[in-house]
Design a protein around this ligand. Structure first.
Ligand code: NAG
Ligand code: NAG
Ligand code: NAG
Ligand code: NAG
Length: 402
């Protein structure tokens, strides 16, 4: 395909695509995970089918996202060969930015970076450092991490009796730790030859079905959303500050928060009928229990934002990847600096969507132009115009040869 040849030599490395996991970690290698995957096989993805990383990779011309490092690690020649051709994924469920987050239950970010370093050594052994650097300069490093750090921190905070002022200083200390580690990680990867970073910020963590199920009205946990917004603001500044200091660094920061917020404010625009509950699980909102082989599974999975109590559906992943990759933005999108209350999120107070966030605001509407042939249901929400969910460039621009 055309885009593939333009990307020749492009390799995608997934570092730290951590997935949202709350307590009582489910495993995704059993039904009904993968119920919509080709062949209906559970693949370990926390989705009914493909995930966002798969769709980002597919957009860039790959068949799907790269294979996991640990499946290759027993053979160093396999690691090297795969890294040189298909990329490698170091992502780990439960992982956070901090080693302490879910310690012992995941591969933390720092270890993922070590695995990449080991991978790089096998690549150099195979083709030499000149060729490796040339390849890495063109490769995309996809990072999305931090949600588990915030979940763990928020859970710990709940059991402490802190004043509002103390909570603020706790949050500031947490952000300082997270951002200094994130900064160190990007700097290390850059030192190893990484140049192109696709980074996703944190979405409305307080609105995952598992948390809504705890509220009598099914409302989101606003405090956690505020924490995510605070992290996102700090991440944005971090990247803007790092770029001039790290020669050749280019990045695309994707706004999961804004996309989720807009999706929840106007679900119909994306043809969602359920933005609050899970599609596979048990109890209230199908979100009190994990998605297990004896769970109830909804049939209209494409109309659900969430697949299980904390992970998006395949279709939500597709729309997310598309929003980050291409020049599309959603009706009603407001850039972070134009949102009501600055970075503070406004979220629907009720799972059915409640008041539209932008009901009283002027909508940014662009004429709908010719849509790409691969666009399907839900696209009415997207308009061809300047990239709005990514800054300063979108994933497609990032992947273009420089
Ligand atoms: C990467 O590995 C090399 C040895 O191959 C080592 O000298 C270097 O410190 C490592 N870098 C990081 C960031 O782990
Ligand atoms: C929490 O702290 C406040 C004052 O700092 C105190 O009045 C209150 O009793 C404490 N609550 C608990 C459950 O310890
Ligand atoms: C991450 O932060 C912790 C504590 O702030 C620090 O001890 C550790 O060295 C940091 N790791 C990196 C890779 O910067
Ligand atoms: C499903 O099975 C698990 C044990 O594997 C059990 O704990 C749970 O109660 C069952 N859930 C339902 C909805 O039957």
């Amino acid at each position: 395909m055309g885009s593939k040849s333009a990307m020749e030599g492009l390799v995608l490395f997934l570092v730290a695509i951590s997935v949202q996991v709350l307590v009582d970690v489910p495993r995704a290698n059993r039904p009904y995970y993968g119920v919509d995957f080709p062949g209906m096989i559970p693949t370990g993805r926390f989705s009914n089918g493909f995930n966002t990383a798969d769709y980002v990779a597919k957009s860039m011309g790959f068949v799907s996202s790269p294979p996991p490092y640990l499946s290759l690690a027993p053979s160093s020649s396999l690691v090297g060969l795969t890294a040189l051709t298909a990329g490698v994924s170091y992502a780990s469920a439960d992982a956070g930015i901090l080693d302490s987050t879910n310690a012992g239950k995941c591969i933390p970010l720092s270890r993922q970076v070590e695995y990449f370093n080991a991978t790089r050594a096998t690549m150099v052994a195979a083709v030499g450092s000149g060729a490796v650097n040339a390849l890495l300069f063109k490769s995309i490093f996809l990072l999305g991490v931090g949600s588990n750090d915030l979940f763990v921190s928020a859970a710990a905070q709940q059991s402490r009796n802190r004043t509002a002022a103390e909570q603020q200083s706790d949050a500031a200390a947490l952000f300082a730790d997270l951002l200094s580690n994130y900064s160190a990680t990007i700097t290390e990867l850059h030192a190893m030859g990484a140049r192109k970073f696709a980074i996703t910020n944190l979405g409305l963590l307080g609105c995952v079905p598992a948390l809504r199920a705890l509220d009598p009205a099914g409302a989101c946990v606003d405090g956690l959303n505020l924490l995510a917004a605070g992290f996102d603001g700090a991440l944005r500044s971090l990247l803007a500050g790092l770029a001039p200091r790290l020669p050749g660094l280019v990045y695309s920061l994707a706004d999961s928060f804004g996309l989720t917020q807009d999706t929840f404010a106007d679900p119909q625009a994306s043809e969602y009928t359920d933005i609050a509950g899970a599609c596979c699980g048990s109890g209230r909102l199908l979100a009190e229990g994990n998605c297990l082989p004896n769970s109830t599974v909804c049939s209209n999975r494409d109309q659900h934002v969430f697949w299980d109590r904390s992970h998006p559906s395949q279709r939500a992943s597709l729309l997310t990847a598309r929003a980050f990759y291409e020049f599309f933005f959603r009706k009603g999108y407001l850039p972070p600096d134009q949102r009501a209350g600055g970075v503070g999120p406004e979220v629907p107070a009720h799972p059915t969507g409640g008041r539209g966030l932008f009901a009283n605001k002027k909508k940014i509407l662009f004429a709908k132009r010719d849509l790409q042939p691969n666009q399907r249901a839900g696209d009415s929400a997207f308009y061809d115009g300047p990239a709005q969910y990514t800054t300063p460039i979108n994933f497609m621009q990032l992947a273009q040869p420089s």
